[in-house]
Design a protein around this ligand. Structure first.
Ligand SMILES: N[C@@H](CCC(=O)N[C@@H](CS)C(=O)NCC(=O)O)C(=O)O
Length: 207
Protein backbone atom coordinates (compact mmCIF):
# COMPACT_ATOMS: atom_id res chain seq x y z
CA UNK A 1 0.00 0.00 0.00
CA UNK A 2 1.20 3.50 -0.84
CA UNK A 3 0.18 6.74 0.87
CA UNK A 4 -0.09 9.58 -1.64
CA UNK A 5 0.07 13.13 -0.26
CA UNK A 6 -1.24 15.35 -3.00
CA UNK A 7 -3.01 18.47 -4.25
CA UNK A 8 -5.15 19.05 -7.38
CA UNK A 9 -2.34 20.37 -9.59
CA UNK A 10 -0.26 19.09 -12.50
CA UNK A 11 2.39 17.79 -10.09
CA UNK A 12 -0.19 15.89 -8.07
CA UNK A 13 -1.70 14.47 -11.28
CA UNK A 14 1.69 13.14 -12.41
CA UNK A 15 1.95 11.04 -9.25
CA UNK A 16 -1.64 9.75 -9.38
CA UNK A 17 -1.41 8.84 -13.08
CA UNK A 18 1.72 6.80 -12.29
CA UNK A 19 -0.06 4.94 -9.49
CA UNK A 20 -3.06 4.27 -11.73
CA UNK A 21 -0.92 3.14 -14.67
CA UNK A 22 0.95 0.70 -12.46
CA UNK A 23 -2.25 -0.49 -10.72
CA UNK A 24 -0.65 0.03 -7.31
CA UNK A 25 -3.08 0.30 -4.39
CA UNK A 26 -2.89 3.73 -2.74
CA UNK A 27 -4.58 5.94 -0.20
CA UNK A 28 -5.03 9.63 -1.01
CA UNK A 29 -4.25 12.30 1.60
CA UNK A 30 -5.04 15.83 0.44
CA UNK A 31 -2.60 18.43 1.70
CA UNK A 32 -4.33 21.61 2.86
CA UNK A 33 -2.21 24.65 1.99
CA UNK A 34 -4.69 27.01 3.67
CA UNK A 35 -3.88 25.56 7.09
CA UNK A 36 -0.18 25.24 6.11
CA UNK A 37 -0.35 21.48 6.47
CA UNK A 38 2.58 21.21 4.01
CA UNK A 39 4.76 22.92 6.63
CA UNK A 40 3.58 20.74 9.52
CA UNK A 41 6.14 18.67 11.42
CA UNK A 42 4.41 15.46 10.26
CA UNK A 43 4.57 16.36 6.57
CA UNK A 44 8.10 17.80 6.72
CA UNK A 45 9.20 14.38 8.01
CA UNK A 46 7.98 12.98 4.66
CA UNK A 47 9.16 15.85 2.45
CA UNK A 48 11.59 18.27 4.12
CA UNK A 49 10.86 20.78 1.31
CA UNK A 50 7.19 20.92 2.35
CA UNK A 51 5.86 20.33 -1.17
CA UNK A 52 3.28 18.04 -2.70
CA UNK A 53 3.18 15.42 -4.06
CA UNK A 54 5.01 12.95 -1.87
CA UNK A 55 4.48 9.25 -1.24
CA UNK A 56 5.21 6.79 1.52
CA UNK A 57 5.61 3.24 0.26
CA UNK A 58 4.69 1.10 3.24
CA UNK A 59 6.63 -1.76 1.63
CA UNK A 60 9.70 0.14 0.50
CA UNK A 61 13.27 -1.12 0.13
CA UNK A 62 14.00 -3.79 2.75
CA UNK A 63 10.26 -4.16 3.37
CA UNK A 64 10.26 -0.93 5.40
CA UNK A 65 8.22 2.28 4.92
CA UNK A 66 10.04 4.61 2.55
CA UNK A 67 9.21 8.24 1.71
CA UNK A 68 9.79 9.70 -1.76
CA UNK A 69 9.42 13.38 -2.71
CA UNK A 70 9.98 15.30 -5.97
CA UNK A 71 7.56 14.30 -8.71
CA UNK A 72 10.18 12.92 -11.08
CA UNK A 73 11.75 10.84 -8.31
CA UNK A 74 8.32 9.47 -7.37
CA UNK A 75 7.62 8.50 -10.98
CA UNK A 76 11.04 6.86 -11.47
CA UNK A 77 10.85 5.06 -8.11
CA UNK A 78 7.43 3.58 -8.94
CA UNK A 79 8.51 2.62 -12.47
CA UNK A 80 11.61 0.85 -11.17
CA UNK A 81 9.72 -0.80 -8.32
CA UNK A 82 7.31 -2.40 -10.78
CA UNK A 83 9.60 -2.77 -13.80
CA UNK A 84 7.05 -0.93 -15.96
CA UNK A 85 7.06 2.25 -18.09
CA UNK A 86 10.88 2.38 -17.94
CA UNK A 87 12.85 0.70 -20.77
CA UNK A 88 15.54 -1.85 -19.90
CA UNK A 89 17.91 -0.81 -22.67
CA UNK A 90 20.29 2.00 -21.59
CA UNK A 91 19.86 4.05 -24.76
CA UNK A 92 16.05 3.95 -24.51
CA UNK A 93 16.22 4.65 -20.77
CA UNK A 94 18.50 7.66 -21.34
CA UNK A 95 15.79 9.09 -23.62
CA UNK A 96 13.37 8.80 -20.69
CA UNK A 97 15.86 10.53 -18.34
CA UNK A 98 16.54 13.33 -20.81
CA UNK A 99 12.94 14.17 -21.74
CA UNK A 100 11.64 13.73 -18.19
CA UNK A 101 14.28 16.13 -16.85
CA UNK A 102 13.42 18.68 -19.56
CA UNK A 103 9.71 18.46 -18.79
CA UNK A 104 10.13 18.79 -15.02
CA UNK A 105 13.08 21.20 -14.78
CA UNK A 106 12.25 23.44 -17.75
CA UNK A 107 8.61 23.16 -18.82
CA UNK A 108 6.96 22.54 -15.43
CA UNK A 109 9.13 25.24 -13.80
CA UNK A 110 8.12 27.75 -16.48
CA UNK A 111 4.46 26.91 -15.88
CA UNK A 112 4.97 27.23 -12.10
CA UNK A 113 6.44 30.72 -12.66
CA UNK A 114 3.54 31.59 -14.98
CA UNK A 115 1.07 30.51 -12.29
CA UNK A 116 2.77 32.51 -9.54
CA UNK A 117 3.21 35.69 -11.60
CA UNK A 118 0.01 35.65 -13.69
CA UNK A 119 -2.49 34.16 -11.25
CA UNK A 120 -1.25 34.19 -7.67
CA UNK A 121 0.67 37.51 -7.58
CA UNK A 122 -1.29 40.39 -5.99
CA UNK A 123 0.45 42.79 -8.40
CA UNK A 124 1.08 41.75 -11.99
CA UNK A 125 4.52 42.20 -13.51
CA UNK A 126 4.27 41.95 -17.34
CA UNK A 127 7.99 41.19 -17.72
CA UNK A 128 7.78 38.19 -15.38
CA UNK A 129 4.55 36.92 -16.96
CA UNK A 130 5.94 37.20 -20.52
CA UNK A 131 9.20 35.57 -19.49
CA UNK A 132 7.50 32.55 -17.95
CA UNK A 133 4.84 32.16 -20.66
CA UNK A 134 7.51 32.59 -23.33
CA UNK A 135 9.60 29.83 -21.80
CA UNK A 136 6.60 27.51 -21.43
CA UNK A 137 5.73 28.00 -25.12
CA UNK A 138 9.34 27.50 -26.15
CA UNK A 139 9.49 24.10 -24.41
CA UNK A 140 6.03 23.11 -25.71
CA UNK A 141 7.37 23.85 -29.21
CA UNK A 142 10.31 21.53 -28.54
CA UNK A 143 7.89 18.76 -27.51
CA UNK A 144 5.80 19.44 -30.61
CA UNK A 145 8.86 18.97 -32.83
CA UNK A 146 9.82 15.84 -30.96
CA UNK A 147 6.31 14.39 -31.42
CA UNK A 148 6.45 15.14 -35.16
CA UNK A 149 9.17 12.49 -35.37
CA UNK A 150 8.33 10.14 -32.52
CA UNK A 151 5.02 8.54 -31.43
CA UNK A 152 5.79 9.06 -27.73
CA UNK A 153 7.94 11.52 -25.78
CA UNK A 154 10.90 9.18 -25.21
CA UNK A 155 10.57 7.15 -28.41
CA UNK A 156 8.49 4.27 -29.75
CA UNK A 157 6.84 3.30 -26.46
CA UNK A 158 4.63 4.93 -23.83
CA UNK A 159 6.87 5.53 -20.79
CA UNK A 160 7.16 7.47 -17.57
CA UNK A 161 8.17 10.51 -19.70
CA UNK A 162 4.67 10.58 -21.22
CA UNK A 163 3.08 10.41 -17.76
CA UNK A 164 5.21 13.33 -16.55
CA UNK A 165 4.39 15.41 -19.64
CA UNK A 166 0.61 14.93 -19.90
CA UNK A 167 -0.48 17.21 -17.00
CA UNK A 168 1.78 20.03 -18.29
CA UNK A 169 0.28 19.76 -21.78
CA UNK A 170 -3.29 19.76 -20.43
CA UNK A 171 -3.85 21.27 -16.94
CA UNK A 172 -0.99 23.77 -17.08
CA UNK A 173 -1.32 24.61 -20.80
CA UNK A 174 -5.02 25.38 -20.29
CA UNK A 175 -3.81 28.62 -18.62
CA UNK A 176 -2.36 29.85 -21.94
CA UNK A 177 -4.79 32.03 -23.94
CA UNK A 178 -4.37 29.81 -27.00
CA UNK A 179 -3.92 26.53 -25.15
CA UNK A 180 -1.84 24.16 -27.31
CA UNK A 181 -3.51 25.17 -30.61
CA UNK A 182 -0.15 26.15 -32.10
CA UNK A 183 1.25 22.66 -31.44
CA UNK A 184 -0.59 20.11 -33.63
CA UNK A 185 1.71 17.16 -32.91
CA UNK A 186 1.45 17.76 -29.18
CA UNK A 187 -2.35 18.02 -29.52
CA UNK A 188 -2.47 14.68 -31.38
CA UNK A 189 -0.40 13.06 -28.64
CA UNK A 190 -2.64 14.60 -25.91
CA UNK A 191 -5.71 13.17 -27.66
CA UNK A 192 -4.10 9.72 -27.83
CA UNK A 193 -2.70 9.62 -24.28
CA UNK A 194 -5.93 11.10 -22.88
CA UNK A 195 -7.80 7.98 -24.02
CA UNK A 196 -5.91 5.82 -21.52
CA UNK A 197 -8.26 4.89 -18.64
CA UNK A 198 -5.41 5.16 -16.10
CA UNK A 199 -4.63 8.69 -17.28
CA UNK A 200 -8.31 9.64 -17.02
CA UNK A 201 -8.53 8.24 -13.48
CA UNK A 202 -5.24 9.79 -12.37
CA UNK A 203 -6.24 13.24 -13.62
CA UNK A 204 -9.27 13.18 -11.30
CA UNK A 205 -7.22 12.65 -8.12
CA UNK A 206 -7.87 14.11 -5.59
CA UNK A 207 -11.62 13.85 -6.34
N1 LIG B 1 9.94 20.25 -7.66
C1 LIG B 1 8.75 19.82 -6.98
C2 LIG B 1 7.72 20.92 -7.06
C3 LIG B 1 6.48 20.56 -6.31
C4 LIG B 1 5.58 21.77 -6.11
O1 LIG B 1 5.88 22.90 -6.53
N2 LIG B 1 4.47 21.51 -5.45
C5 LIG B 1 3.56 22.59 -5.12
C6 LIG B 1 2.14 22.13 -5.41
S1 LIG B 1 1.97 21.79 -7.13
C7 LIG B 1 3.70 22.89 -3.65
O2 LIG B 1 3.67 21.98 -2.85
N3 LIG B 1 3.85 24.18 -3.31
C8 LIG B 1 3.97 24.59 -1.96
C9 LIG B 1 5.15 25.51 -1.77
O3 LIG B 1 5.80 25.87 -2.76
O4 LIG B 1 5.40 25.86 -0.63
C10 LIG B 1 8.22 18.51 -7.60
O5 LIG B 1 8.46 18.30 -8.81
O6 LIG B 1 7.59 17.71 -6.90
Amino acid sequence: MIDLYTVPTANGQRASIMLEELALPYTVHVIDFKTKQHLSREFLAINPCGMAPAIVDREGPGGKPYAVFETMAIAFYLAEKTGKLMPKDLGARAEVYKWSAMVIADLASAFAGQFYFKIAAPEKNPYAIDLMEGRAKRFLAVLDQRLAASPFIAGQDYTVADVLTYPSATSSASRLDEGIKAFPNLQRWVDKVGLRPAVQRGMKVPA
